[in-house]
Design a protein. Structure first.
Length: 72
């Protein structure tokens, strides 16, 4: 399910034309560290998940619902 969640967050970021650098700065990470999260190379923490959702104006439950629906 984590891969689905990362994909949903990636799509939302791209659709909103937000750069990895912008989100990384918001999370106080380097762009390369954020890129590793997006690629699933580093674990997405709950704290960062919630911050990313906030930045992208997504409700966490909405992300879970989409991930569950797409996983079927």
């Amino acid at each position: 399910m984590e891969k689905k969640i990362l994909d949903i967050l990636w799509r939302a970021r791209v659709n909103q034309k937000i750069s990895q650098e912008n989100i990384a700065e918001y999370l106080k990470l380097t762009q390369s560290s954020y890129a590793k999260i997006e690629r699933g190379e580093t674990t997405l923490t709950l704290s960062n998940f919630l911050k990313i959702c906030s930045y992208l104006k997504l409700k966490p439950q909405e992300v879970f619902n989409i991930a569950e629906t797409e996983g079927k």
